[in-house]
Design a protein around this ligand. Structure first.
Ligand SMILES: Cc1cc2nc3c(=O)[nH]c(=O)nc-3n(C[C@H](O)[C@H](O)[C@H](O)COP(=O)(O)OP(=O)(O)OC[C@H]3O[C@@H](n4cnc5c(N)ncnc54)[C@H](O)[C@@H]3O)c2cc1C
Length: 482
C-alpha cells in the first residue's frame, strides 16, 4: 500500500474540484486531488458551455445573479483563452408577458448584471435565426467556455502551487475518528495499488504545553494525525514516550520538542553518542543571551516550583535548583554554569540511551546564589496565588526580544560525553537565536514529516530527522567535536 500525507484531499476532478484544490494550494496548504477517470470526464466535460452573465437569475434569484456577474468577470480575466465573449440575448417572444422586459431590466440594474435593450431590428440583424415575431430584445454579457481547457488550466495552476493531481485514482473509503476525517483510501486504477492518504498533522505552538500537549496527542492518535510541538517540558516528553506503542500501532509520529528546545542539544547528544558510543555520562548546555519571551518566562516559573531534575542511572530524579555548578566554555569563553531542569533530561536519554544526563546554562555568581536560595522558598513558589502574582508581573514587564535583537544574538550550544574510563568528547555548535531557530527548526521537521513518511512512534527530533538537522538550519555553523 502506498501512503501519502497532506492537509487536504479533494475528491473529483471536475470544475468544482480543480477550483477547490487550486484555492487550497494557493493558500499554502499541501493538497491532493483524486479523480477516478481523467479530468473533466464528468459533467464539466459535457455541459452546454455557457458562461453565465447572471441574466437568467435577475428576477427569480437576485443573489445568484450578482454572483454570476462577478464571477463572469473573474473567469474571463484569469482564463481568457478558455472563454469566448459571445454575448447573449433575452427576448420577448410572441405570447410572452410584454411587461417582463421592464422587470428584467430593473432586476439587472439592481443586481449589477450588465444589460442593454436593443432594437428588434438590430437583434434580428445579428441573429437572423431568431423568431422574426419577437417584441423586445435585451443584450447581456454571456459567453461560452471551453470546459476541458478551463478544468485543465485550473489543475495546472494548482500543480504550480504544489498540489498533486492524481487521475485514475478512485476513492473507495473515508476513515473518520471522533467526527473528523482522518484518512482517505483510493485505488490506483492503472496498477490496482491501494493508496492511503492521511489528511492531517498538528504542530502545536500553543503553550503551556503542560496543559495542551496531552489532550492534543490523544486527539492525534485517534484522528491518525502526526503530532509535533515546541515544548521543552520534561513531563511532555515522557508522556509522548509512554504513548510509543499506541503511536506505532496508529502509524502516528509523536515528536514534541521541535523548536530550540530541544533540536540543537538533541543533535549534539546524538553526535556525541556516535563519537563515543560507550559514553555513560552526558552533560549538555547552551549560552543564549536573547532573554525570555513572556511564555518562556511563565513556563520557567512553573518549573522553579518543581525544583531541579537530572537523569541518574536511567531515572529522572528531582534535585535542588542549581544542583551542580561548574565552569564551561559553551563556545564564547569559559563561564560559571548551573544545572537546570531542561527537556534533554528526558529526550537525550531516548536519543542516546546514556543513563546519566545533566543540562547546564551559564549564570553569574549572584544568579546561581539566587537559584540556590530559591530552594528554601520552593514550596511557596508552588502556591497558585504566588504563581498568579509572578505571572501577572511577567505579563506586565517581559516583552521578549525584538526581531532586530534576535538577529544579533546567536546561541552557543555545548555537550560533553564521558565513558567509564574517563575518556571525553566535547561538541560545540553556534546556532541562530533560539526564537528564530524555533521557527526554522519546526518547519524543517514538518517538511521532513511530509516527505520522508516515517513509521509511527514516539521520537526525539534527532531520531526523527538525524543528528545533522541543526547544522542544516539557517544561522548554524558546523558541529565540532574534539
Ligand atoms: C446538461 C447540463 C448542462 C449544463 N450546462 C451548463 C452551462 O452551460 N453552464 C454552466 O455554468 N453550468 C452548466 N451545467 C452545470 C455544470 O456543468 C456543473 O455545475 C459542473 O460541471 C459541476 O462540476 P463538478 O466538478 O461539481 O462535477 P463533475 O464535473 O461531474 O465532477 C465530478 C467528478 O468526480 C469524479 N468522481 C466521482 N466519484 C469519484 C470517486 N469515488 N473517486 C474519484 N473521483 C470521483 C467524477 O469522475 C467527476 O469527474 C450543466 C449541467 C448539465 C447536467
Amino acid at each position: 500500500m502506498r501512503k501519502l500525507a497532506v492537509d487536504v484531499v479533494v475528491i473529483g476532478g471536475g470544475s468544482t474540484g480543480v477550483g477547490v484544490v487550486r484555492d487550497v494550494a494557493m493558500r499554502g496548504y499541501s493538497a491532493v486531488l483524486l479523480e477516478r477517470a481523467d479530468l473533466a470526464q464528468g459533467t464539466s466535460g459535457r455541459f452546454h458551455g455557457l458562461l453565465h452573465s447572471g441574466g437568467r437569475y435577475v428576477v427569480s434569484d437576485p443573489g445568484s445573479a450578482t454572483e454570476c456577474a462577478e464571477e463572469n468577470v473573474i473567469v474571463t480575466r484569469i482564463h481568457a483563452d478558455a472563454v469566448e465573449p459571445t454575448g447573449g440575448y433575452f427576448v420577448t417572444a410572441p405570447g410572452d408577458d410584454p411587461e417582463f422586459a421592464d422587470k428584467f431590466l430593473a432586476g439587472a440594474a439592481a443586481t449589477g448584471v450588465p444589460a442593454r435593450e436593443i432594437s428588434v431590428a438590430e437583434a434580428l440583424r445579428n441573429e437572423p435565426r431568431l423568431n422574426p415575431g419577437i417584441l423586445r430584445a435585451v443584450e447581456v454579457q454571456d459567453g461560452t467556455v471551453d470546459g476541458w481547457q478551463m478544468t485543465w488550466g485550473a489543475a495546472r495552476s494548482a500543480m504550480e502551487y504544489g498540489a498533486k493531481v492524481l487521475t485514475y485514482h478512485k476513492v473507495t473509503k473515508i476513515d473518520r475518528a471522533d467526527g473528523r476525517v482522518s484518512a482517505v483510501h483510493c485505488v490506483d486504477l492503472k496498477d490496482g495499488e491501494d493508496v492511503r492518504i492521511e489528511c492531517t498533522f498538528v504542530l502545536n505552538c500553543a503553550g503551556p504545553f503542560s496543559a495542551t500537549a496531552a489532550p492534543m496527542m490523544e486527539a492525534c492518535l485517534r484522528a491518525h494525525a502526526h503530532y509535533l510541538d515546541i515544548t521543552g517540558e520534561i513531563a511532555v516528553f515522557e508522556q509522548a514516550h509512554s504513548l510509543d506503542a499506541r503511536a506505532r500501532e496508529a502509524g502516528v509520529v509523536l515528536c514534541p520538542g521541535v523548536g530550540f528546545d530541544v533540536i540543537p542539544t538533541d543533535c549534539v547528544a546524538a553526535a556525541l553518542k556516535e563519537a563515543l558510543p560507550d559514553a555513560t555520562h552526558l552533560a549538555l548546555g547552551f549560552d543564549s543571551r536573547s532573554g525570555f519571551s513572556p511564555g518562556t518566562a511563565k513556563t520557567s516559573v512553573e518549573g522553579l516550583a518543581q525544583g531541579g531534575k537530572v537523569r541518574r542511572d536511567g531515572k529522572i530524579v528531582s534535585v535542588p535548583l542549581a544542583y551542580a555548578v561548574r565552569r564551561i566554555d559553551f563556545g564564547d569563553g569559559e563561564k560559571d554554569a548551573m544545572t537546570i531542569p531542561w527537556g534533554d533530561v528526558s529526550t537525550a536519554y531516548h536519543t542516546t540511551g546514556i543513563a546519566n544526563i545533566q543540562v547546564f546554562v551559564p549564570g553569574s555568581p549572584r544568579m546561581i546564589a539566587g537559584a540556590r536560595r530559591a530552594n528554601w522558598v520552593r514550596p511557596l513558589l508552588g502556591l497558585p496565588w504566588v504563581q498568579a502574582l509572578i505571572k501577572a508581573r511577567i505579563a506586565r514587564t517581559v516583552k521578549g526580544p525584538s526581531e532586530e535583537q534576535r538577529a544579533q544574538m546567536p546561541t552557543f550550544v555545548w555537550g560533553e560525553a564521558t565513558n567509564a574510563r574517563g575518556q571525553k568528547k566535547t561538541a560545540r555548535i553556534r546556532t541562530a537565536n533560539g526564537y528564530s531557530l524555533t521557527i526554522t527548526g519546526s518547519l524543517a521537521v514538518v517538511e521532513h514529516l511530509m516527505t520522508a513518511r516515517p513509521a509511527g512512534g514516539a521520537y526525539t527530533p534527532a531520531r526523527l530527522v538525524g543528528a545533522d538537522l541543526v547544522t542544516r538550519l539557517p544561522g548554524s555553523g558546523p558541529l565540532q567535536i574534539v
